[in-house]
Ligand binder design. Structure first.
Ligand code: F6P
Length: 326
């Protein structure tokens, strides 16, 4: 392995820069050159490829977003797109890749390997924490803390006005951000993806809560691939409660605030560990695997498993939401 390429792909996540820094510095430490591929697979196809040195990654560990930019490339999912990308990878003498991203990114990397034999090691970069093969993904901890900061603030205003707030968090089809920020924020309810809206349950609980002087409540709603689920649910509840009177409902969608910002210490350390593990994995001849952390140890999981297998929060966490909100 003489020269590797690194890119970030899919939704950006806080900690991606710390990961790029670790990849570049670990490679340089081992005498390997690094090429930065900009805008993910889109830039691989468009030949947006430039050398990265130790100094290119100075002063980025604390920055959110990704200095390499990102994209979700439809063209790379076509054989023609991958053929163009391969020509550029060869032209730059790149022998291996480190891909920082999620399931879509690793699906592309697997196809690329099957067709052109370019080995890729992945780093799990997504706020959704939905990748099998790692306890935590890069950006998840920061996203939860961003959501928590908002929940705490909303709770102040909810209590002042005796209101019920429905707060929608991201996660695509993953429950993690909702469950973790809901527990940390003391939410009264958490509605996860795939869960039928428990309207009747919610209505009766709100009713009871009011009955025993609980004047405000927070309901955390995980989006379900698209924005707006919390608004739909809140409208439904409003309708159900309209004859009871007195329950004032508001909705806040946190959206992309959860994707930005300075990475937490946890994310910076995780990203650095995974970046180093990815380069070391390539040097050991690994291919089509994701570097993750399981029980505090580095673990390499085949892309085919990270892509197909599901990961879910420990059932105790879900149970806890119900117990602690009573
Ligand atoms: O995968 C990260 C994520 O932020 C999801 O939580 C969300 O559903 C999606 O990306 C939003 O994507 P985009 O920024 O392309 O709208």
């Amino acid at each position: 392995m003489k020269r590797i390429g690194v890119f970030t792909s899919g939704g950006d996540a806080p900690g991606m820069n710390a990961c790029v820094r670790a990849i570049v510095r670990t490679a340089v430490f081992n005498g390997i050159e690094v090429m930065g591929i900009y805008h993910g697979y889109t830039g691989m196809i468009a030949n947006e490829i430039e050398p990265l040195t130790t100094s290119s990654v100075s002063n980025i560990i604390q920055r959110g977003g990704t200095i390499l930019k990102s994209s979700r490339s439809k063209e790379f999912m076509t054989p023609e797109g991958r053929a163009k990308a391969y020509r550029n990878i060869k032209e730059h003498g790149i022998d291996g890749l480190v891909a920082i991203g999620g399931n879509g990114t690793f699906t592309g990397a697997l196809l690329f390997f099957e067709e052109y034999g370019i080995p890729t090691v992945g780093c799990p970069g997504t706020i959704d924490n939905d990748l099998y093969g790692t306890d935590y993904t890069i950006g998840f901890d920061t996203a939860v803390n961003t959501a928590l900061d908002a929940i705490d603030k909303i709770r102040d205003t909810a209590a002042s006005h005796d209101r019920v707030f429905f707060i929608e968090v991201m996660g695509r089809h993953s429950p993690y951000i909702a469950v973790h920020s809901g527990i940390a924020g003391g939410a009264e309810f958490v509605i996860v993806p795939g869960q039928m809206t428990p309207v009747a349950e919610l209505v009766s609980a709100l009713d009871k809560g009011w009955g025993r002087q609980k004047s405000s409540s927070i309901v955390l709603v995980a989006e379900e691939g698209v924005e707006g689920r919390a608004t739909l649910i809140a409208n439904d509840i409003r309708e159900q409660l309209k004859d009871k009177g007195g329950i004032d409902i508001r909705v806040t969608t946190l959206g992309h605030t959860q994707r930005g910002g300075r990475p937490s210490a946890f994310d910076r350390i995780l990203s650095s560990r995974l970046g180093m593990a990815a380069v070391e994995g390539l040097m050991e001849g690994r291919k089509c695997v994701m570097a993750g952390v399981l029980n505090d140890e580095i673990a390499y999981t085949p892309f085919k498993d990270t892509i197909t297998r599901e990961k879910n929060p420990h059932p105790d966490l879900i149970r806890m939401v119900n117990i602690l909100s009573t």
